[in-house]
Ligand binder design. Sequence first.
Ligand SMILES: *[C@@H]1O[C@H](CO)[C@@H](O)[C@H](O)[C@H]1NC(C)=O
Ligand SMILES: *[C@@H]1O[C@H](CO)[C@@H](O)[C@H](O)[C@H]1NC(C)=O
Ligand SMILES: *[C@@H]1O[C@H](CO)[C@@H](O)[C@H](O)[C@H]1NC(C)=O
Ligand SMILES: *[C@@H]1O[C@H](CO)[C@@H](O)[C@H](O)[C@H]1NC(C)=O
Length: 340
Amino acid sequence: MSPTPPIPLLALLLLLLSPPTRADCECGYTVNATLYTDLLETDFLHLPNITRDTDWQPQNYTVSPAAARGPYGKNASLSNVVANPLHDNNTSAGPGLLGGDPGLQLWVRGGIPQDGLIPIAEIASARDDMLYGSFRASMKLTGTPGTCGAFFWYYNNSQEIDLEFLSRQFPPPSNASTTYPLNLVLQSPLSALANSAAHTPTFTTYPLPFCPTAAYHEYRFDWSPRAVTFYADSVPLASMNLSVPSAPGSVHLSHWSNGDAGWSAGPPAADAVLAVGYVKAYFNSSAERRQADWRARCKDLSAKGATCVVPDQEGPPGEAETWFFSQQANMTGNQTVFGG
Ligand SMILES: *[C@@H]1O[C@H](CO)[C@@H](O)[C@H](O)[C@H]1NC(C)=O
Ligand SMILES: *[C@@H]1O[C@H](CO)[C@@H](O)[C@H](O)[C@H]1NC(C)=O
Ligand SMILES: *[C@@H]1O[C@H](CO)[C@@H](O)[C@H](O)[C@H]1NC(C)=O
Ligand SMILES: *[C@@H]1O[C@H](CO)[C@@H](O)[C@H](O)[C@H]1NC(C)=O
């Protein structure tokens, strides 16, 4: 019989020195004590090329004027989705490589389109299995009248959560003492039938106390089975508990115009840009495969560090620090992240 080999000194030292537990977030991320198993985070301020980031699908489509229900149709194309990253990873503010506002630029082209289709921009998440969650985007809106800037979650025309900015509603810069409207919508069977949410109970316009075209702010909606709550820079704006979606969908950003005087108006007189600093989403998945991934990585929900609290954005991004789990070591293990 061979004697038991002694524990090598180095291994013993490592054992003694290793921290007792680490925060691995293997069971997920909590927002106000609600657990979400999956995440999608994109730091557009440092992303050089959107077509290489397979978490996102820049959209290519055309909609006729009749189908768009405007005097104009829409032409979404990759050329209007422009990555404008900061100069390097150590820079957190300043102009992008192409000049102007950094991040992902979504352009609506100005002027009367010869073909009747206004050139617009939209991106959608590759994942369409998002079922309940907290969805956040840092955005700086355009001050050029005649566009709709939208951050939304979509399943179909009666299950949709929308944050929409109409640039025509922004007061002119000379009128600085006023508020800035933000339209909050849950699309519903009623709005789908009427092709408008205008006279439905799940539409409200919130007067923001800050100018959305002057700086990046974080816009957010938390969606649970009971309610959807909208936020700006972590301040709750409104909650809705009717027509709450119950199917899985995808998250989108778009900047568009169809010339409809009652909504987007436009087309804008000049090219108009919406800049996106980041998107962060913490959500549950409807996909059996993702649920199996979660069961495999989450052995003990109550273990220390098994769940991680999602911090609130304390103040406008750009002025305050922004947190990404995906930029820490070991806090996104075995997550389905396609990345750039
Ligand atoms: C957090 O959850 C509690 C308990 O469910 C609720 O009363 C409160 O309104 C929530 N806070 C926010 C900011 O959603
Ligand atoms: C999300 O999934 C986790 C794990 O199954 C569950 O504990 C949690 O309640 C779910 N959250 C919602 C809002 O359904
Ligand atoms: C982005 O990447 C795609 C695919 O690799 C490439 O075709 C395209 O030229 C790149 N765009 C820029 C602006 O570098
Ligand atoms: C959206 O999907 C739900 C559930 O599948 C369905 O009942 C509803 O009719 C759909 N709405 C539209 C506008 O297609």
